[in-house]
Write a protein that binds this ligand. Structure first.
Ligand code: SF4
Length: 259
């Protein structure tokens, strides 16, 4: 198994066709993973195998490391297109997430005012007012909703605490369109032999109804790309992802797929 643990608090930049030059900001420890999900497809591995010993980076450590990197990028290139909060788990778990977003906006405005700020979150903390407020201020508030089927969520996303999908949907609606929904579609089986295909209408249609209700400004769907901790997962096909994009577009929702 070759899952990835990212450096902290800054990593990259990573060049991608979709995002351009993306500088990563990882608010989790450098030696392991902290997440309120334990997805069987997580590229960082299972929570139990990746328990960190190091502490979270402090607000000041993040600010200093980000400023240093941005100064270096301004002097030597490349210019970042996006500053992306991602990495070893759930960024909104950081107790100073809101202040770190404020610092990041100030640094972005100073060094690269055209760069966007993106946050990839699993949505489990959006009910917290300070998290909601911070996510409302970033350019790309990218929130995970893999399905609305709670049994499936229990099997694939595996929340580490209580999880109520209708509460998550209500929380997403509160952004009033200022969010991007991100959804993983995959097939194959868990290591215990349970089917995890969420590309059929039985999963897609109820999810689509929830997406319409939430009315995000965009939906990004994707499938597994790297090695996963569960060994029998399979990619959704191009045709399956394209079909879901068409359903979204027919509903008037901007959508894209990463294969
Ligand atoms: S939400 Fe993201 S970081 Fe957390 S377990 Fe799932 S894939 Fe990994």
């Amino acid at each position: 198994m070759s899952t990835v643990i990212y450096p902290s608090p800054i990593f990259g930049p990573v060049h991608s066709r979709r995002l351009g030059v993306s500088l990563g900001i990882n608010l989790l420890p450098a030696d392991g993973k902290c997440c309120t999900f334990d997805c069987i497809y997580c590229e960082c591995g299972y929570n139990k195998d990746r328990r960190p010993r190091l502490k979270l980076p402090t607000r000041e450590e993040v600010r200093r490391a980000l400023e240093q990197r941005l100064m270096d990028m301004r002097a030597n290139g490349p210019a970042p297109d996006v500053l992306t909060f991602a990495g070893n788990g759930e960024p909104t778990l950081h107790p100073h997430f809101k202040e770190i977003i404020e610092d990041t906006i100030a640094l972005r405005d100073r060094y690269f005012p055209d760069a966007k700020i993106s946050v990839l979150s699993n949505s489990t903390q959006i009910h917290r007012p300070e998290v909601f407020e911070a996510l409302s201020r970033v350019d790309n508030n990218i929130l995970k909703l893999d399905t609305v089927d709670e049994a499936y969520i229990g099997k694939v996303d595996r929340p580490t605490g209580p999880y109520d999908v209708s509460r998550i949907i209500q929380g997403m609606k509160a952004f009033r369109g200022n969010l991007i929904i991100q959804t993983m579609f995959l097939k194959g089986k868990t290591d215990e032999g349970e089917d995890v295909d969420n590309t059929s209408d039985a999963f897609v249609l109820p999810w689509l109804e929830a997406v319409k209700e939430i009315a995000p400004r965009q939906v990004m769907i994707y499938t597994i790309d790297r090695e996963t901790p569960d060994s029998f997962l399979q990619k959704a096909t191009h045709e399956e992802l394209d079909r879901i994009v068409s359903l979204l577009e027919q509903a008037g929702i901007r959508a894209s797929a990463s294969y």
